[in-house]
Design a protein around this ligand. Structure first.
Ligand SMILES: Cc1ncc(COP(=O)(O)O)c(C=O)c1O
Length: 386
């Protein structure tokens, strides 16, 4: 008789949690006829502000537009330098190029996969005096917070402007304080693979009134404070979030803590299921008082060629287990190669990104599906790594 666990399944890489309340509220917005610039944008902003513990929130059309608006509001541009990890989503770096600023990449710590703080310090010291201002795009990779005690004093000493790209980390805490609040401003993103989703969407979070006011103006075509119909103080954008998205985000915010807890349980189960496999599993540092898991990324043993990883992903996909490599180094993408970046410049980033596999991970993931993933991983690893 066929073993039930061997029956083929499809386990997606990610899946948003959509409940009846979400559907009802979006339907209500559609029925109201007010589909943009309405009450749910404000309610969503308020819910995020209270949760994260900041004075101001501006909801926008994506995490990328949130990051862009923060740099715009800080007048980032030609003559300024943005230090950013290469092990991130490409938008973290691209926003600097939108504004004709310079970008330099910092390598990562092999355990947390976050920025290597010592390398960051070296870059600042090497570039101090060469640029008008130095900015840090601090990314909480896969939801894991940075070690702020080691960054803050140094950043202050060299007058580095810190922006937090917390797009993957809504709800995570460093020593009791929510991420997104450690720089002058932070951004969260709500693509459907995130902890909560608005379809597409993002927010700027800040305690700085000027950044907030500029974000509100620039997301809405640079309209003046009165937000007059055709009165424009700046060359702005249409980075508005629509009301259906904002209502969905507000609805999801009502249960964020429950979502984070469920995701933590999924991560815990994976840790137990995968502990005997030849894989490096994600590590959460002691200073993390709350981990809001974004994805579950495992790594093949050091020295494994990327071709083996790619074959492994293909074989898992053949078994119905959707997987991805996560991330590909940003400095090796074409636009950055054209600026002179090449292999060998960021050894830890390049080594780790050859070996990563994001395996299926989502809020309502069932134990049986996790067991299926673990079993298929075990079988495929056995054949590939022998
Ligand atoms: C680290 C990071 N920064 C920025 C973004 C951009 O967010 P969005 O896709 O909403 O524009 C993402 C989204 O995946 C991200 O993971």
């Amino acid at each position: 008789m066929a073993n039930k666990r061997q029956e083929k399944r499809f386990v997606p890489l990610s899946k948003p949690q959509i409940v009846q309340e979400d559907i009802d509220i979006v339907t209500k917005v559609l029925e109201s006829g007010r589909l943009s610039i309405g009450p749910y944008t404000e309610l969503f902003e308020k819910a995020i502000a209270e949760y994260v513990g900041v004075k101001y929130v501006a909801a926008v059309s994506s995490g990328t537009s949130a990051l862009h608006l923060i740099l715009k509001a800080l007048n980032f541009g030609k003559g300024d330098l943005l230090i950013v990890p290469s092990f991130t989503f490409v938008a973290s770096a691209n926003v600097a190029l939108y504004e004709y600023g310079s970008v330099t990449f910092v390598d990562i710590d092999p355990i947390t996969m976050n920025m290597d703080i010592e390398h960051f310090k070296t870059i600042v010291e090497e570039n101090f005096n060469k640029f008008r201002r130095i900015f840090l795009m601090a990314v909480d990779v896969f939801g894991h917070p940075l070690d702020w005690d080691k960054i803050n004093i140094f950043a202050e000493k060299y007058d580095v402007t810190v922006v937090e790209d917390s797009c993957e980390a809504l709800g995570s805490e460093y020593k009791g304080k929510k991420v997104g609040t450690f720089g002058v401003a932070g951004a969260f993103a709500f693509y459907p693979n995130k902890q909560i989703t608005t379809g597409e969407g993002g927010v700027v979070v800040t305690n700085n009134e000027k950044i907030y006011k500029m974000s509100v103006s620039l997301r809405n075509q640079g309209r003046g404070e009165s937000q007059g119909w055709l009165s424009h103080d700046y060359v702005g954008y249409n980075y508005r979030i629509d009301e259906m998205s904002a209502a969905l985000g507000w609805s999801q915010m009502q249960r964020l803590d429950e979502i984070i807890e469920k995701r933590a349980k999924v991560a815990e189960r994976y840790k137990a299921l995968l502990k005997d496999l030849p894989l490096e599993l994600p590590v959460v540092m002691d200073y993390v008082t709350k981990m809001s898991w974004f994805v579950y990324v495992v790594r093949l043993p050091q020295g494994t060629p990327s071709a083996v990883r790619d074959t492994l992903i293909r074989k898992l996909e053949d078994e119905g287990v959707q997987c991805r490599n996560y991330f590909a180094p940003v400095h090796l993408q074409k636009p950055y190669r054209e600026l002179g970046w090449k292999e060998g410049m960021l050894p830890v980033t390049e080594d780790i990104s050859q070996r990563t596999i994001a395996i299926p991970f989502y809020t309502d993931m069932e134990q049986e599906d996790q067991e299926y993933v673990a079993e298929k991983l075990r079988i495929v690893l056995e054949t590939l790594l022998k």
